[in-house]
Design a protein. Structure first.
Length: 302
C-alpha cells in the first residue's frame, strides 16, 4: 500500500490580539478508522503506521479563518504555523480550514474568555493510564490497545470536585493539555478524549517523529517542552489564573514548582496524582513546602 498525502490541522488557540493556527502535512499509510471491535493486530498496525510517515517539507499551505486566507510554508518536519488578527474573533470554539494540493480539512481554534480560570494538565498517567516510566508496559499499551480499550486513571472521577474547590465552586471551562507524547498520537488522543467525554482542550505535544526507532522512544522526556509550553500559555493569556494538574512519575512537580515560584498570584491550586509504584517522595515534599510559602493549595491522591 502506497503512502497517501495527509494534512492534519490541530486544535489551535487565540487571544484578544492574534490567532495561532498549527498543523502538519505528511505522506503516510492510512490509519484505519477506529472501531471498538479492533483486535490487537489492527491496533498494532495503526500504532506502527502513525510513525511510518514522510513529512512534506516546504509545501505551501492555504489557511482560511473567518473568510480570510493566508499562505504559509511547512518546515522541514512538515509543520506549519500561521497567525491571524483576532480582534473580531468571538470567544469560544471556531472552525477554520486548511488546503493543500486539492485536499481540504477543517480544524478548530479556541478563543477563551480573558479572565476565566484555565486548567493545564499532563496526560500520561495523569489522565490516561500510560506506565510512562515502565518501558515494556508502556509499549504494550501503545502497540496493542486503542482509544476504546485504553483506561482512564482512577483520579478522573475526582476532577470536577477538586477543580471546582480551587475555583470558588465553579467548574473551569478552559483546558490545555501539555504532554511528552508526540504529534503522531494526536488522532489517538482526540479519539480517547471524545470517547471518555473528557473536557475539550488544546494539546501541546512534542515534535513529530518518524520511523520504528522513534516509536520505541515515544514519550521520551523533554522537560524543556513542558516548561516552554506552560510559559507560553502564561504569556499568551497574561490575565488568566491557572490550576496545574500532574503526577509524581516524572518531573511535573519540579516544573510546577518553578511555575508557582514565578507566578504565585496566578496559581489557584495544584493537583498531583501519586502513582502506586513511585516510592520516592522528596520531589513531592519539596513541592508541598514551596506551595505552602505562597499559600497555594495542593491536593494529592492515588
Amino acid at each position: 500500500m502506497s503512502f497517501k498525502l495527509k494534512i492534519l490541522p490541530y486544535r489551535s488557540l487565540a487571544n484578544a490580539n492574534k490567532a495561532i493556527i498549527r498543523g502538519h502535512a505528511f505522506k503516510k499509510h492510512p490509519v484505519k478508522e477506529l472501531k471498538a471491535t479492533h483486535k490487537k493486530f489492527s491496533n498494532f498496525r495503526n500504532a506502527v503506521r502513525r510513525y511510518q510517515l514522510s513529512p512534506l517539507k516546504f509545501e505551501e499551505i492555504r489557511v482560511i479563518l473567518s473568510g480570510i486566507e493566508k499562505k504559509v510554508t511547512t518546515d522541514k518536519r512538515g509543520m506549519f504555523e500561521c497567525e491571524f488578527s483576532a480582534h473580531n474573533l468571538p470567544y469560544g470554539w471556531h472552525k477554520y480550514k486548511v488546503k493543500l494540493n486539492g485536499k481540504s480539512k477543517k480544524g478548530e481554534i479556541f478563543h477563551p474568555t480573558k479572565n476565566t480560570t484555565a486548567v493545564i494538565s499532563d496526560i500520561d498517567d495523569t489522565v490516561l493510564v500510560s506506565h510512562s516510566t515502565r518501558l515494556l508496559k508502556k509499549m504494550y499499551l501503545i502497540l496493542f490497545r486503542n482509544a476504546h480499550t485504553r483506561k482512564l486513571t482512577p483520579m478522573i472521577k475526582n476532577w470536577t470536585a477538586h477543580l471546582q474547590d480551587f475555583n470558588s465552586d465553579e467548574r473551569p471551562k478552559d483546558y490545555f493539555y501539555v504532554s511528552n507524547s508526540e504529534w503522531n498520537l494526536y488522532d489517538f488522543l482526540e479519539d480517547f478524549f471524545d470517547i471518555n467525554k473528557l473536557p475539550k482542550g488544546v494539546f501541546f505535544l512534542q515534535s513529530l517523529r518518524k520511523g520504528l526507532r522513534d516509536l520505541v522512544k515515544t514519550g521520551r522526556v523533554n522537560h524543556d517542552h513542558k516548561m516552554e509550553s506552560i510559559e507560553f500559555l502564561f504569556s499568551f493569556y497574561p490575565n488568566k489564573p491557572y490550576i496545574l494538574v500532574g503526577d509524581n512519575g516524572q518531573k511535573d512537580m519540579d516544573i510546577y514548582g518553578k511555575i508557582c515560584e514565578k507566578y504565585p498570584d496566578r496559581i489557584k491550586g495544584v493537583m498531583i496524582r501519586k502513582l502506586p509504584y513511585v516510592r520516592e517522595s522528596y520531589r513531592l515534599d519539596r513541592l508541598e513546602k514551596q506551595l505552602s510559602q505562597y499559600k497555594i493549595p495542593l491536593v494529592c491522591y492515588h
